[in-house]
Ligand binder design. Structure first.
Ligand code: FES
Length: 101
């Protein structure tokens, strides 16, 4: 595993997300209201909707396609739905976002 630089933190909308390409994968990075940056694969476990375009509420993203809710810390869909996405370790150093892949 190695750390990859993906974007500047200020390139991610506050309380929003964006897609980045890293290690051949499309990854959704989010900037939570508490300032943390979290990352998951950008593919909803339901029908592969782009989670990076979803609406954030706390540490949960609502998929723009059919509104499944995905917990961004665990990667798990919230009940009654069932499924999960891969999560990635993140760090922010001097305003730069890194992902561990
Ligand atoms: S593709 Fe995400 S809820 Fe259907």
């Amino acid at each position: 595993m190695k750390w990859l630089k993906v974007c500047r933190k200020d390139e991610i909308p506050e309380r929003g997300g964006r897609a980045v390409l890293a290690g051949g994968s499309r990854i959704a990075v989010f900037r939570l209201s508490d300032g943390r940056v979290v990352a998951v694969e950008d593919r909803c476990p339901h029908k592969e909707g782009p989670l990076s375009d979803g609406l954030l509420t706390g540490a949960t993203v609502i998929c723009p396609m059919h509104h499944w809710k995905i917990d961004l810390e665990s990667g798990n869909a919230l009940p009654p739905d069932c499924g999960c996405v891969k999560t990635y370790e993140t760090k922010v150093d001097d305003g730069i976002v890194w992902l561990r892949l």
